[in-house]
Design a protein around this ligand. Structure first.
Ligand code: MN
Ligand code: MN
Length: 461
């Protein structure tokens, strides 16, 4: 053999995905990304994503899960976890005793939640106090257009859905920053302290209502909220209201190869899972799609991936087939579909370039996450990595390897550990993202599309 032949046969030679996809695939990719962007504009919170998923699933014939229900191959069932998370299944031709093929993403994203008593007035400006949710660089959330999304359980027991800042004619909201002229002290602070958590106060209005008192601007804001949504101040206690970046997803770059949006992490994988599930034929093994809440704060709570709601759903399906849930889990496979950090040449020193994911190299498989000496990681086995690699290769999915930055540089986690704790073989894989957890994140269209194909390959494995 010549050196060239040896090199070709022995060494890995990753190629940019654009050199590997056909014109037809590119056209499909563009169509897929248009649908993804429409989803992103409709779903900025876990609730909105769950609502969207249910409406869409019902169009495809999915029915709500009812304990004790009969199931047969081809049945499409969903479990709505309190409007904040959802699991969907397409029943396979094999028994659940043979296991299920699961894809698990999350639909919550970093943001600023309103505090229980948020509304106040200071210097004749009305504000909301916020409490940030998930890992954010606080300085990124000032002077950007913001919107209010959420639900309020009113005193009279009715629920009202609130959205302000998304319609072109809506006002937006904003957190102020200090002018550079007076920032001598601020500029000496470390980035973590440039904007303090208690400075993430959102401006709501400045016009006082007529009358006497020190709360005339606040009162005017409350009057507006009452006229529009029927709210009184104490209703904030029984509310889940979030401040998120206002505006729509956009194509980025002269070549339009990237997409900018709020919350690609992890709705980019959630959407991939959903569209894949909606378009597969009846699978051999039951295909399960999970859109979890609370991943950004540790997958805790009733709507997070540590919640027993998943056992309730899968146990119910197993009961219908006379199968033990433990047997089903023991034979299942889970793709923990979550984003990775795309290599950013601006911050090359934070990554091991030989083991990082790159834009346009396809869905990024991450053997382990965690931090330091793999602390907190669900470290996938050789067998699990072999299974996913073969599955992707057989389906023609463009994939690459990912690790989360240089060792000892930081780290992170996903729902993988909680799925693996259930005795389910689990591997992380997802879309590489630039500026993850910033108000606007970037992904490549090609990677989005390949991640949908990856989910489809897992469901049909
Ligand atoms: Mn994530
Ligand atoms: Mn995240």
């Amino acid at each position: 053999m010549t050196t060239e032949e040896l090199r070709e046969s022995l060494l890995a030679a990753p190629k940019n995905g654009f050199a590997r996809i056909s014109a037809e695939e590119r056209a499909e990719m563009e169509g897929y990304c248009k649908r993804y962007m429409a989803f992103m504009d409709a779903a900025k919170t876990e609730r909105e994503a769950t609502t969207w998923a249910i409406a869409e699933a019902e169009k495809y014939g999915f029915k709500p899960f009812v304990p004790g229900m009969d199931i047969k191959p081809g049945d499409k069932i969903y479990y709505n976890n309190r409007d904040k998370a959802i699991a969907l299944a397409v029943i396979g031709t094999e028994s659940l005793a043979q296991g299920a093929n699961i894809c698990a993403a999350h639909v919550d994203s970093p943001r600023m939640d309103l505090k229980p008593n948020p509304l106040y007035e200071e210097a004749e400006i009305a504000y909301f106090k916020t409490h940030y949710y998930g890992g954010i660089k606080k300085y990124q959330w000032v002077t950007v257009p913001l919107a209010l999304h959420g639900v309020v359980y009113r005193k009279d027991g009715s629920i009202v859905t609130v959205t302000v800042g998304e319609d072109e004619n809506d006002p937006i909201l904003m957190v102020s920053d200090l002018l550079p002229h007076l920032a001598a002290d601020q500029m000496q602070k470390t980035a973590g302290k440039v904007i303090a958590a208690e400075q993430l106060n959102v401006i709501l209005g400045t016009e006082p209502i007529e009358g006497e008192g020190s709360d005339l601007v606040k009162l005017n804001v409350m009057k507006w909220l009452n006229e529009k949504y029927g709210l009184i101040e104490s209703d904030f206690l029984s509310a889940e209201l979030a401040i998120v970046p206002a505006g729509r997803s956009r194509e980025v770059g002269f070549d339009r190869s990237l997409i900018s949006a709020y919350g690609h992490d992890d709705r980019v994988c959630a959407y991939a899972e959903l569209e894949a599930l909606f378009t597969i034929p009846t699978p051999k093994k039951t295909a399960v799609c999970i859109l979890a809440d609370k991943e950004e704060i540790g997958s805790v709570g009733i709507s997070g991936m540590q919640s027993q709601y998943f056992e309730h759903f899968m146990g119910g399906l197993c009961d219908a087939q006379g199968v033990k849930l433990y047997d089903c889990f023991a034979n299942s496979f889970c793709l923990s579909a979550d984003v990775s950090n795309a290599f950013d040449p601006n911050f090359a020193e934070t990554c091991d370039k030989r083991n990082n994911s790159f834009l346009n190299y396809g869905v990024a498989i991450c053997k382990y996450t965690g931090s330091r000496g793999k602390g907190g990681a669900s470290d996938a086995s050789a067998e699990a990595m072999g299974h996913i690699r073969t599955t992707f290769d057989n389906a023609g999915v463009i994939w690459q390897i990912a690790t989360l930055g240089k060792v000892d540089q930081g780290g992170g986690g996903t729902v993988a550990a909680y799925m693996a704790n259930r005795n389910i073989v689990t591997v992380d894989a997802g879309v590489p993202v630039l500026n993850m957890h910033a108000p606007l994140e970037l992904v490549s269209k090609l990677d989005c599309y390949e991640t949908m194909l990856a989910c489809k390959a897992i469901y049909l494995a």
